[in-house]
Design a protein around this ligand. Structure first.
Ligand SMILES: Nc1ncnc2c1ncn2[C@@H]1O[C@H](COP(=O)(O)OS(=O)(=O)O)[C@@H](OP(=O)(O)O)[C@H]1O
Ligand SMILES: Nc1ncnc2c1ncn2[C@@H]1O[C@H](COP(=O)(O)OP(=O)(O)O)[C@@H](O)[C@H]1O
Length: 239
């Protein structure tokens, strides 16, 4: 409660300061009070007295992002659902699945490099909002580019971004081919399929690598357990 009062007072102070400065009508004062964000100018961040701290306190948990990356067919959605199930009794979770988001928010994006980058950036921003809401956000998308994954990590200030790489060989993913997309790609009916004729850049510094070899792949439950162990060992979950 004292934090809410302190934050509220700071906010009031900022609002008064803003009103005083704008009433002075000094030339260029608007530029000092607002920021330039990307292509936008004259954007002002609006703070509210109830913030992440208060939301986390109410939910009695910390908000963070578990980002699951890997080739199509590597088991991202399966792991996301299994992990969501494992965590459900311990906290509030939400899954952002690449495939599902492409049914709505990202339906305007294709699989060309520029759109892939947009897709990852958008999901990173949404994941950040979910973490800010105090939730454990599980994002599962191919996210083939290292630079875009690392930009998402930066959005979350690094400490609340846990990257899980499902390191499953292309041959295993292709043999699974649950949607028949690899078959269509090999038949040249799909062009620019990640891992075949489009690049996948594996991470060099992620928090968790789940290794799967041709004849030796852990069950979804034991993969989820590996993530849960990491979360416990690093203070993201209580025992
Ligand atoms: N060209 C091409 N390349 C890769 N994937 C393709 C393509 N076309 C369709 N799909 C299907 O789209 C799903 C990937 O969506 P994502 O949003 O996770 O991909 S990405 O992060 O933007 O790369 C992916 O889902 P998953 O198989 O669950 O990974 C595919 O089913
Ligand atoms: N650990 C696993 N072991 C064996 N098969 C798996 C495993 N995880 C997922 N699968 C299977 O692999 C296929 C692809 O899984 P999916 O979760 O849809 O992958 P992705 O979301 O990465 O495309 C599905 O048929 C799924 O049942």
């Amino acid at each position: 409660m004292p934090n809410v009062i302190i934050f509220g007072s700071i906010l009031q102070y900022k609002i008064y300061l803003f009103k005083i400065l704008t009433s002075l009508k000094l030339p260029g004062i608007d530029k000092l009070l607002t920021s330039t964000i990307g292509k936008l100018t004259n954007i002002l961040w609006h703070d509210c007295p109830i913030g992440q701290f208060e939301r986390q306190k109410l939910l009695n948990q910390k908000g963070y992002v578990v980002w699951i990356a890997g080739l199509s067919g590597s088991g991202k959605s399966t792991l996301a659902c299994t992990l969501g199930h494992e965590l459900h009794s311990r906290g509030h979770t939400y899954i952002l699945d690449g495939d599902n988001l492409r049914h709505g928010l990202n339906r305007d994006l294709c699989f060309k490099a520029k759109d892939l980058a947009k897709n990852i950036r958008r999901v990173g921003e949404v994941a950040k909002l979910f973490a800010d809401a105090g939730l454990i956000c599980i994002a599962s998308l191919i996210s083939p580019y290292r630079s875009e994954r690392s930009a998402c990590r930066k959005l979350l200030n690094n400490s609340t971004f846990i990257e899980v790489f499902l390191n499953v060989p292309l041959e295993v993913c292709e043999a699974r081919d649950p949607k028949g997309l690899y078959k269509l790609t090999r038949a040249r009916k799909i062009k620019g399929f990640t891992g075949i004729d489009d690049p996948y850049e594996p991470p060099s510094d992620c928090e968790i690598v789940i290794q799967c070899k041709a004849s030796d792949c852990a069950t979804p439950k034991s993969m989820a357990d590996q993530v849960v162990s990491y979360l416990k060992a690093n203070g993201f979950l209580q025992d």
